[in-house]
Design a binder for this molecule. Structure first.
Ligand code: PMP
Length: 440
């Protein structure tokens, strides 16, 4: 049970305790210690652990058929999940393709965009503009579009060299602009980049509506979103939202895009979509993009496990649970409570320089100086230290030192959407305890 050996790459050097079971917002190790899953794993377990209704539905499907290749049979779980996904996403997004994870979803979105362009006689369009900092996945295609150099560096000669623009890190800007003007300033970088590259070479713009692992729940000014959509329309560039982390209710809407009334052309989802009950992801796209591709002979893309009935039965049960338990509105309400609590931390801990987020995707960032927003020295290893102090005390949080690979320790606090106000209190008291130990 406590065997220290591990053949796993990611456990052999710093082994964690063995997980025994999950219960709602808690994970329990084999020694019986309870942890609050304050980051839903990696922003995955949106409806909490061991949801009995979801498990029941998966078991029912398991007894019928676990696999039927998607080209050999239609299945009710995949058809029903597709219908429910379309019903829950903004109008206009009405075709679905299933995958098994976030990187696969991002790549599927890009490959759909390219195949659509070919049907329109736009074979010269192949560049996908993305942003730095950003995270879009670890497969080669998704990694190329990821704006985080340390992850890309070893593979640069093998990557496709796509154009990138700055993501709006406006909390670091020390100009005299209003937030609205700052949002527009960053959006214009997209227009400039499209013109620089040549509009007839630009296929799509890919963005996380709220930065996740890369920037720590970083929301752009409202003005940014609408202007980006306008610029894409001006040049016939497809707008792809990577909602792998922000989708499935995490931010208090089913898609984060809904906060700004934006309908992207293609949306990539995963993480909370399967919510830890199945490796599952999806792209949702406008029919007007998909139909010409099908007319031209079919979507040249696919993964063996795509749309398998077992994973889809899990996804369907997850979406039903989100809807029937009113978890998306609950996430918005609990997000307000959590944000208030996190902001209050700034009164006691001068090294917290920023608190941000939307719904239950929230974060705080450490700084050496709140005026200049200079980060803590890298040698302090602050992000790893606070994570350990919290872990010892029974709270799991997710941290990165990135700000685009240059600086900044940030911490994502993103508990399951089922969390109650009392449980937020319990989580905050462990977090304060860990911060006290960090400050000592
Ligand atoms: N896009 C975003 C925004 C993500 O946060 C992630 C995972 N952190 C991915 C894509 C990649 O997903 P996966 O690890 O499931 O391939």
């Amino acid at each position: 049970m406590t065997d220290a050996r591990s053949y796993l790459f990611y456990q052999s050097r710093n082994p964690r305790p063995f997980l025994d079971r999950g219960e709602g917002i808690y994970l329990i190790d084999e020694a019986g210690k309870r942890y609050i899953d304050g980051s839903s794993g990696a922003m995955v377990s949106n409806i909490g652990h061991s949801n009995p209704r979801v498990l029941d539905k998966i078991k029912t499907q398991m007894d019928k058929a676990t696999f039927g290749y998607r080209l050999h049979f239609r299945t009710h779980p995949s058809e029903d999940l597709a219908a429910k996904t379309v019903a829950m996403t903004p109008e206009g997004l009405d075709r679905v393709f299933f995958v098994s994870g976030g990187s696969e979803a991002v790549e599927s979105a890009v490959k759909l965009a390219r195949q659509y362009a070919l049907t329109q006689g736009q074979g010269t369009r192949y560049k996908v503009i993305s942003r730095f900092p950003s995270y879009h996945g670890s497969t080669f295609g998704a990694l190329e579009l990821t704006g985080y150099d340390p992850l890309r560096k070893p593979f640069v000669p093998m990557l496709a060299a796509m154009p990138k623009i700055a993501a709006p890190t406006t909390y670091l800007d020390r100009d005299n602009l209003t937030e609205e003007a700052r949002g527009l300033k960053y959006a214009e970088m997209l227009r400039d980049k499209i013109l620089e590259e040549g509009p007839d070479t630009v296929l799509a713009f890919l963005m996380e509506p709220i930065g996740g692992a890369s920037t720590g729940a970083l929301v752009a000014p409202d003005s940014y979103y609408a202007r980006v959509r306008e610029i894409c329309d001006e040049f016939g560039v497809l707008l792809i939202y990577d909602e792998v982390m922000t989708g499935a209710g995490r931010t208090g809407k089913f898609l984060a895009a809904e906060h700004w009334d934006i309908t992207p052309d293609i949306v990539a989802m995963s993480k909370g979509f399967g919510a830890g009950y199945a490796p599952l992801g999806a792209i949702v796209a406008r029919a007007a993009l998909v139909e010409p591709v099908l007319d031209a002979g079919g979507f040249l893309h696919g993964f063996t496990y795509a749309g398998n009935p077992l994973a889809c039965s899990a996804g369907l049960a997850v979406l039903e649970e989100l809807e029937e338990q009113g978890l998306i509105a609950h996430a918005a309400a609990m997000g307000d409570v959590l944000m208030r609590e996190l902001r209050a931390l700034m009164d006691n801990y001068p090294f917290i320089g920023d608190v941000r987020g939307k719904g239950l995707l929230t974060a705080f960032e450490f700084v050496a100086n709140r005026e200049t927003m200079e980060p803590l020295p890298k040698e302090l290893d602050a992000h790893a230290r606070l994570v350990e102090l919290a872990y010892e005390r029974g709270l799991i949080i997710y941290s990165r030192r990135t700000r685009g690979g240059t600086s900044g320790d940030h911490f994502l606090i993103a508990p399951p959407l089922i969390i109650s106000e009392a449980q937020i209190g319990e989580m905050m008291s462990i977090l304060r305890d860990a911060l006290d130990a960090f400050a000592a």
